[in-house]
Every structure is written in C-alpha cells, then in structure tokens.
Design a protein around this ligand. Sequence first.
Ligand code: ATP
Ligand code: MG
Length: 448
Amino acid sequence: MSENKKAEKIVGVKGMNDILPADAPLWELFENTVQSVLKSYGFQQIRTPIVEPTALFARGLGAVTDIVEKEMYSFVDSMNGDPLTLRPESTAGVVRAVLEHNLTYDGPKRLWYAGPMFRHEKPQRGRYRQFHQVGAEALGFAGPDIDAELIMLCQRLWDDLGLQDIRLELNSIGNADERNRHRADLVAYFEQHKDLLDADAQRRLHSNPLRILDTKNPVMQEMVNAAPKLLDYLGEESRAHFEGVQKILRHNSIPFTINTRLVRGMDYYNRTVFEWVTDQLGSQGTVCGGGRYDPLVEMFGGKPTPACGFAIGVERLLELMKANGEQFAPNQCDVYVVHQGEAAQLQAFVVAERLRDAGLDVVLNCASVSGGGSFKSQMKRADASGASFAVIIGDDEVAKGVANVKAMRAENVEHNQTEVPFESVPDYLIAQITCGDECNDPNHHHHH
Ligand code: ATP
Ligand code: MG
C-alpha cells in the first residue's frame, strides 16, 4: 500500500459519532451510576436487538409521529426481502420481547435497557442520527404509584450524578375518549387562528393536532398558550390518577410544574406524561421523556397490560455533566513498566502479570513501528499514561534481581526511586498506592 497512491480515507456516517477514549470515563461513570440506581429500585435489564421488523414501529409508534413519518432507517434485507428498521427507540422492542417470552406471566415487571437508537434527523447540538438512550419500562402496574416511582428514580439519578439544573414538567393527556373530545375543540380553535399556523402546524392540523401544542415557533406561542387544555377534558379516573402521582411527588418533596402543553411524540402514551428539562443545553434541553402507555401491549396483540416508562437521552445528559465541570481521572493505568534488553523484557512480562494479579492496572511498554524506544522515550510514555509509578527493568536490574520503582506523581516524589526485588514489587506498590489514599480497599484505590 505505501508504495502506491495513498488510499482515500473513509469517514464515518454523518450524525453518527465516535465515542473516543477521552470521553470513555464519563460514559462509564454515567453507566455505572445508572445501573446502581436502577438496581436499587429492583429493575432488571433487558437487551433486545437493534434491528426489528419495520411493522413493529409502524404499528407501535403511530403512523403520524415524526419518527415513523420521516426519521426511520428502514431497509429491505437483501437476502430475504424482509422490511427491517434500525430501532428509533426501545419501548416497542421491549414490549415485543415481553410478549414473545411471556415475561409478565407471573406478575408485573420492572425492566431497563441501554443502547444506541437511530433517527434520521438534522444533526445539531444534542440531536444525532445515532444516539443513546437509557430507559426503564414498568409493565403490569396500573396505579399512579409506579409513575411516581419512575420519576423519583430519575431524581435520584440526577442527585447521584450531582446534576441540579434539571426541572420536572408534568401533564396528563388522559385517555383516547378524553383526547378525542379535546381534539375536536382544539382543531376548531386552531382553524379560527389558521393565519398563525406555520407549515408544520398546517400539516398536523388534521393528522396530529396535539403535537401543535409542542411547537417551538415563537410566533405561535401566545396563540397556542390560549388553546383548549386537555387537562380540562379529563374524566374522574384520569383526574384521580394524575392527582395520585402529584400527591406522592409532593410528599417526597419532588418539585414539578404542570405544563398543559406537554405531549409526547408517540401515539401510545396516555395519562401521565413527563419531561426532565434543563436550560443549560440550548434548544435541545429535554434530557428525559416518559409517561404511561397503557394501550400499547394490547395494540401488539397481548392481554391488556398497563405500562409506564421513560427514556433518557444519554448524549444530552453527558453534555450537562460536562457543563457542570464533571471531573474524571483520565489515567490509563497505575503502573507503567519500562524495560530494555531481551532478558529484561521477559522479566518485565512476569512482573507486569504479578502486578495485575495484585489488582493493579498495568501498561507494559510494547514495541511500536520504531521498536521499544529508548529509556528516555519509554519514560515519556510512562508519564503520558498518567501512571503513579514506573517500574524500570534493564540489564543491571536483571543481574541484581531487582526492579527500579520510580514515583511519577508529585505527591509521591518523597519515595522517588527505589530498588525492589522482583517478587516484592506487587506488595511494595500496593502499600505505596494505598497508603497515599484514604481508601483502604486495594481493589478500589484507583477507581474514584
Ligand atoms: P425531541 O422533541 O427533542 O425530538 P423526542 O420526543 O423525539 O424529543 P423521545 O423519543 O421521547 O424524544 O426520546 C427521549 C429522549 O431521547 C429525548 O428527551 C432526548 O433527550 C433524547 N433524544 C431524542 N432524539 C434524539 C436525537 N436525535 N439525538 C440525541 N438525543 C435524542
Ligand atoms: Mg424527536
């Protein structure tokens, strides 16, 4: 290849991002926190395929939603002609799997998932074509208690992540009958103000007028604010359910505001809808959306099963964590092993393995295109790795049966460089690393 013309570079797909090593610690921190919070509420993980039959979304999400209208990555399997779609969200897949495996046979289930989703949108800050969601779905729970629990779980997650500027907006969109009665009045109202409707709103006027309430168009705000409110159309049961959610939230001091214009993109939602919103991310400020979707399981051919869930937009949440100055140690390892000469290399492998046995993260210097590198260039790599210690092995050390252990960080320089017998290096380093730390658990000294 190198003798020929340089090959043309292939670049990634627009709107689909690489998550680079520099960001990995932040993703890990987020994922670990999410996992432990979900576990603390008894949620169990479910992993469904990224590709599903197109009909799953066409039927599940409703034909007039943004997603089904224009955002799906759909294609035909060239091997067998099956219409397939990269999942734009996970609720439909989770419900499909629950039915396929009859997971609710022995009672209600609390489930969660995490992974990439795909929507063909215009890429911009906080809006990508491949993005990630973490979500929870509670299936088989009918009362307002689970709605409140899901919301409180989110609040705990923000708290554990140290995020403060996220507020909760809450609404109820009732049931289909209530929405139909409201819809008639809403369409009549919008028709009275037709001159103010933008192209998007005109298009939705008869297909999905509720979504017009969602508009960000400044020209329409005043008119939309005065539109008939779905809350005023709720019957006794829907109202009681909504009251029930609010009562639990108030009792647990979870602040919220009721946003009568809050609706969800997906058709299958009913009753409780909520969003967690921040002002720190510009116009893509919704970091989590959720609500109840009682009709969905039956729409998929299952027994009537009430359900409630939410989905967090991970990229937006991570951007918020960064905006809040979330610090993370980019250290690649605890120890970097430097060596020179054939005998030293063999010894270095053994020492590195014993250090890993002791629970330390170890990078062993390995040859690059230009070889293993001089002692000096290896020390540079050791420095760049963020290691607290370098273990140095050359011909002299092999002859003496010792390694030179060098402290790399300012706080350790008092024990700057010491000869340590090969077999004692793990004990020596564990003692050095843990004594400089408040944490006494040798397995956790480097993960905080
Ligand atoms: P929006 O109105 O912003 O398009 P949505 O109603 O389509 O949001 P949901 O389908 O409810 O969003 O998804 C839940 C969360 O996933 C959103 O609140 C957001 O944080 C995140 N999200 C949705 N679409 C994207 C995207 N294209 N890129 C990044 N994050 C997204
Ligand atoms: Mg959307």
